[in-house]
Design a protein around this ligand. Structure first.
Ligand SMILES: [Zn+2]
Length: 51
């Protein structure tokens, strides 16, 4: 079974770890994956920073 990371990164505003449950959309931009997620702590829609 392939390993699926449970987290998508950290909130750039408050440094909270964001899990896949909060992922809103995932797409490719210039061949690189880009994501939007809602932060479970500050409730902003952010680009999670990769860990
Ligand atoms: Zn946050």
């Amino acid at each position: 079974m392939a390993y699926e990371p449970k987290t998508v990164g950290r909130c750039p505003n408050c440094d909270e770890v964001i899990t896949r449950d909060w992922l809103l959309i995932e797409y490719e931009s210039d061949g690189r994956p880009a994501r939007f997620a809602e932060c479970p702590d500050c409730r902003n829609v952010v680009h999670p920073s990769a860990e």
